[in-house]
Design a protein around this ligand. Structure first.
Ligand code: AFP
Length: 339
C-alpha cells in the first residue's frame, strides 16, 4: 500500500501554531518555496534557459554578478512581496535593505537571503543553493537597518534550498530541522526528511585547502591530524570533500556528518572570514544546531553573534558536535598559549 506523503502546506498547518504570528511565517515559507521552484526551473534548464554567464555589474562584495544571481534575487524579492507581511528585505546582491509597507497584517517580518549561493558553480553545472532567514519586525514604527542586526538566536525561520540532482528545501522554525523534496512534475514539495540529525562523530571534513598558508595554527593542527588519520592521534582515517557551494557542502554534512570550515585567515586583514554572517552563517548555524550539531567561529557560538552590518563576514566551523567541540578546544589552547 502506498503511503500518502505530507506536502509542505500540510506540514506547515500541523507544525506551526494557529496564531497570527505563525500564519505570517506560513505564508512566507510558501512564498519562499515558490521562489525556489522558479529558481530550480532555471537551474535545471541551464544553458537552454539562457541564464548562464556573467553580467557587467558587481555586487556589494565587489564580486561580478552572474545572470542567475540577479534572476534568483528578483525571484525571492517578488515572492516575498506577495507574502503581504514582509516589511524589509536584505540580500547579498543589494547593498541596502529594501523596505516595504504592508496593510492589514498584524505581524511584520524581515527577510534576509543569499538568493544563489555558490555562483562559481553555475556555469559548470554543479550544485548551487539559496539560503534564507526571517526575523520579527517592529509594528509600532517603520523598520530600519538596525532591526536587521540581531543575533541568530532570534531567527523565527531559517533554511536553504539545494539545487542538486533533486531540489530540496530544508527549514527550521526552532523545532527541529526538516527536509522536503521537490516533485518537478507537480511543482510541490513533500516531506522526505523529517527531524534530520547530524551524527555526533564523523570522519569527513570540508575545507578549501588552497588557503592553507593563511590559516591560524588551531586549524592547521586539526587538519594535520585528520590527514594523518590512523597514523596520527585520531585512530581513524578521514575523508575530504569540497564543492565550493556552502549549501551543498553543509547539506552533505547534515545528511551524513562531518565538519564544514571556512575559518579565519590572514589573506585580507579587513575580512576575518569569507562567509557572510547574516545570510550564510546564521541560517546554516540554526539548521545545524536544530539537527543536533554545533556551529561556531572557532571561538564563539555563531548564533550568539550580534552583527555590525548586513554584509559582515565571519569565520565558520559547523557540523558534527564532537568535531566542532574539538576545533573549539584547539582554538582555546592556542589563545591560552599566546596569552
Ligand atoms: P557566492 O555567494 O559568491 O556564490 O560564494 C559562495 C561561497 O561564499 C560559499 O558558498 C562557499 O563555501 C565559498 O564561496 C567557496 O569559496 P572558495 O571559492 O573560496 O572555496
Amino acid at each position: 500500500m502506498q503511503v500518502e506523503k505530507t506536502t509542505l502546506e500540510q506540514f506547515l498547518s500541523t507544525h506551526l501554531r494557529k496564531d497570527l504570528h505563525q500564519s505570517g511565517l506560513h505564508s512566507i515559507t510558501l512564498q519562499i518555496s515558490k521562489a525556489v521552484v522558479s529558481i530550480a526551473k532555471m537551474t535545471s534548464k541551464g544553458a537552454l534557459a539562457g541564464v548562464l554567464g556573467s553580467l557587467e555589474s558587481q555586487n556589494v562584495q565587489g564580486e561580478t554578478q552572474k545572470k542567475l544571481d540577479v534572476l534568483a534575487d528578483e525571484a525571492f524579492i517578488n515572492a516575498l512581496k506577495q507574502a503581504g507581511c514582509v516589511l524589509g528585505l536584505a540580500s547579498e546582491e543589494n547593498e541596502q535593505p529594501l523596505f516595504l509597507s504592508t496593510q492589514g497584517s498584524d505581524h511584520g517580518y524581515l527577510a534576509v537571503f543569499d538568493p544563489l549561493d555558490g555562483s562559481s558553480n553555475i556555469d559548470v553545472n554543479v550544485s548551487v543553493g539559496s539560503i534564507f532567514s526571517v526575523y520579527a519586525a517592529p509594528r509600532e514604527r517603520p523598520a530600519s537597518l538596525q532591526d536587521f542586526l540581531r543575533p541568530g538566536l532570534e531567527q523565527l525561520l531559517a533554511g536553504y534550498a539545494v539545487y542538486g540532482p533533486a531540489t530540496m528545501l530544508v527549514i527550521s522554525f526552532g523545532q527541529g530541522t526538516h527536509g522536503f523534496t521537490l516533485d518537478p512534475e507537480s511543482a510541490r514539495f513533500f516531506l522526505t526528511h523529517p527531524s534530520m540529525r547530524v551524527s555526533e562523530q564523523s570522519a569527513e571534513f570540508a575545507i578549501n585547502t588552497s588557503n592553507e598558508r593563511f590559516w591560524e595554527p588551531p586549524i592547521h593542527r586539526y587538519i594535520d591530524e585528520c590527514k594523518k588519520g590512523k597514523t596520527g592521534g585520531r585512530a581513524k582515517d578521514f575523508n575530504m570533500r569540497w564543492v565550493a557551494s556552502m549549501v551543498a557542502d553543509v547539506h552533505r554534512i547534515l545528511m551524513r556528518g562531518g565538519v564544514f570550515m571556512y575559518p579565519r585567515d590572514t589573506r585580507d586583514p579587513s575580512k576575518p572570514g569569507r562567509l557572510r554572517l547574516m545570510y550564510e552563517a546564521k541560517p546554516m548555524a540554526m539548521i545545524i544546531e536544530q539537527a543536533g550539531g554545533l556551529a561556531s567561529t572557532g571561538r564563539e557560538r555563531l548564533l550568539e553573534l550580534v552583527p555590525n552590518n548586513i554584509h559582515q563576514r565571519v569565520p565558520v566551523v559547523l557540523g558534527s558536535k564532537d568535531e566542532v567541540e574539538r576545533i573549539g578546544e584547539y582554538h582555546a589552547d592556542y589563545d591560552q598559549e599566546k596569552a
